[in-house]
Each structure stands twice: as structure tokens, then as C-alpha cells.
Design a protein around this ligand. Structure first.
Ligand SMILES: [Zn+2]
Ligand SMILES: [Zn+2]
Length: 314
């Protein structure tokens, strides 16, 4: 597979200046060693000629779609990460995919509390939706006064009732609906701001969706939670970035219609011909490096582990 260089993790770990490519998409260095980044900076600081030289900025090119990993731990939070939550931005539109345990706090590192334009919930397991309860408090009892307006929230059938039950003490049954505009997901496609969302049901013990998010000819696909399935394969065909769960360990757990292991995530990436594979939703009890190795054994495109705060420009 040809190495795709037009999707890059950047943000706090990008070390080399970006350069414009023929396609007008930013590209950069994939090596994220923070200690060498610091030594690079030290060397530059010690070279006085560098300090005197006029600062040149790389050509600014508008990224078309930006993915930020807000939380990527599977099943329950890890020492270093909240549960599933990913921020997708394009043309100023801000979409959140899932809001698992701890995600609401992490989200505020990236955008303001009321800056979201829509939320997609892949399914109603707590590690994908439970911080919606805290977000209800923030929107309903808004400290600045008044309620935050109804934010579109797309989820499986029964999402509103599930969150009302989880919260347990809403002022009345309609309170959640005052600050969230709940919409039921069905397989198919719909427009959301500047984005096109394609979704289908995947294999999990509860109704669960995967999403393909398209913008201006580019796309990313988020698996949600799923066992190996054709629906994920079809959504992922030719996508630029597949954000794929890898909860299980190859050769260890073998439970149908629940989760993928690293090898299965890699097989999905290879068969669908994706540009880049990012493994996510790895629980604290699963060894991420084993899953990374297993995925790389079967997929020869760029493959890495999701990390909190990582940013990909697509
Ligand atoms: Zn999960
Ligand atoms: Zn789940």
C-alpha cells in the first residue's frame, strides 16, 4: 500500500514545520519523540543566528477536516485517558463522536463548553455516552443564566430515555429535551453542517453504529464498538483514516459480535484499502503494543495507537 502522507498527527508533538503539498494538505513528521523535540528546540535556541534570522512561516493551507482524540480508553478510563470521545472539525463546524467517562473534562482542553454543533453517539454503553449526564448539567443549569440551546444529539433508539434514567434526577422527563435535540439514528446518510454522515449498524450486544464522516472529498471512519462485520467494511472502503476499535487480544479473547482485536482491525483496514489505521478503544487490561504489532502484521499502511490529544488533519 502506498504511504499516505496527507493525514498527519500534529499538535503538541509535531516537530518539523509543515510544508504545502500539491494537494494543498498539510503534511509533516510522523516521529513523536518529545525528548528529541526538546533537544531540537534547545539546539535552535543556542544558535544565535537562528534567533536573528527573519521568521519564516510555512505556507498556511486550510485543513479540510480535523480529528482530535479527546478520549480513547476502552470499556473504562485508563490512567492516561478518558473513554471514547473524538472531536471532528470542518469549516468551523464542531462534531463530537461519543462522550464516554471523563470525556467532558478532556473536551474542555480543546474547545469551550458550549462550542459543539452536534453529537453522534455510536451506542449507549457508558464508556460511549455517560458524560452526557454531566453535559446535561452544564447546559441545563448554565452558570451564565438561561439554558443552552437544544444541541442535536444523534443516537440509537431510546437515547433520551437511557440518559434520563442514567441521570436519575432530572427536573422532569422533558428536561433533557430542552438542551438536547435527540434524533434517532438509522442506517443511511444525512447531511450535518458541512459534513455528510454515513452510518450503519455494526455487531455489538446492543444496537451500535459506525460512522463515515465525509467532507470535500475526504473521509474518516469510526468503528464504534463492533466485532468483525461487513457493515464496517463497506463504510471503510477507501477512507483516508480508519479509527478502529481494538479491544481484544488476538489469540486470547474470542467472543463473537462484541469487539475486534488488533489483527482484525488490521484486516479491516487492509481489505477496505484505507489510507491510515488508528487503533483505539484499547482497555487498560489489553496490551496496546501487542495489538499494534498484530495490526501491522496484516496491514502495511501507516498504523498507530490513538493517544489523548493527538490531532489528525485529513
Ligand atoms: Zn466501548
Ligand atoms: Zn460497547
Amino acid at each position: 500500500m502506498t504511504m499516505r502522507e496527507d493525514i498527519v498527527p500534529d499538535g503538541r508533538f509535531a516537530r518539523k514545520p509543515f510544508r504545502a503539498t500539491g494537494r494543498g494538505v498539510r503534511t509533516g513528521d510522523f516521529n513523536h519523540n518529545p525528548s528529541s523535540w526538546r533537544s531540537d528546540r534547545l539546539i535552535r535556541a543556542l544558535r544565535s543566528t537562528d534567533r536573528m534570522a527573519p521568521r519564516t512561516r510555512p505556507t498556511e493551507v486550510q485543513a479540510r477536516m480535523k480529528l482530535t482524540v479527546v478520549g480513547c480508553s476502552g470499556s473504562f478510563p485508563s490512567e492516561g485517558s478518558a473513554c471514547s470521545s473524538y472531536l471532528v472539525e470542518a469549516d468551523g463546524f464542531r462534531l463530537l463522536l461519543d462522550m464516554g467517562n471523563g470525556a467532558l473534562g478532556e473536551l474542555q482542553r480543546h474547545i469551550g463548553l458550549y462550542d459543539l454543533d452536534a453529537i453522534l453517539l455510536s451506542h449507549l454503553h457508558p464508556d460511549h455516552c455517560i458524560d452526557m449526564c454531566g453535559y446535561f448539567v452544564a447546559r441545563y443549569y448554565r452558570h451564565e443564566g438561561g439554558r443552552a440551546g437544544p444541541l442535536p444529539v444523534y443516537g440509537p433508539e431510546g437515547t433520551e430515555q437511557r440518559l434520563v434514567t442514567a441521570y436519575g434526577d432530572v427536573p422532569d422527563e422533558r428536561s433533557m429535551g430542552e438542551v438536547f435535540d435527540f434524533r434517532t439514528l438509522v442506517p443511511g446518510a444525512f447531511a450535518l453542517g458541512p459534513l455528510t454522515i454515513r452510518t450503519d449498524v455494526v455487531r455489538h450486544p446492543v444496537e451500535a453504529f459506525a460512522f463515515r464522516i465525509e467532507h470535500d472529498g475526504r473521509s474518516l471512519v469510526y468503528s464504534g464498538d463492533t466485532g468483525p462485520c461487513e457493515a464496517l467494511h463497506k463504510l471503510a472502503l477507501g477512507t483516508d483514516l480508519l479509527l478502529c476499535e481494538a479491544s481484544f487480544t488476538y489469540g486470547k479473547e474470542d467472543i463473537p459480535d462484541l469487539h475486534l482485536n488488533g489483527r482484525e482491525a488490521g484486516e479491516h483496514a487492509a481489505r477496505a484499502g484505507v489510507g491510515r489505521l488508528v487503533l483505539t478503544h484499547i482497555p487498560p487490561w489489553t496490551d496496546p503494543l501487542t495489538n499494534l504489532r498484530d495490526a501491522r502484521d496484516v496491514f502495511d499502511g501507516p498504523t498507530e495507537l490513538a493517544r489523548t490529544g493527538a490531532v489528525y488533519e485529513i
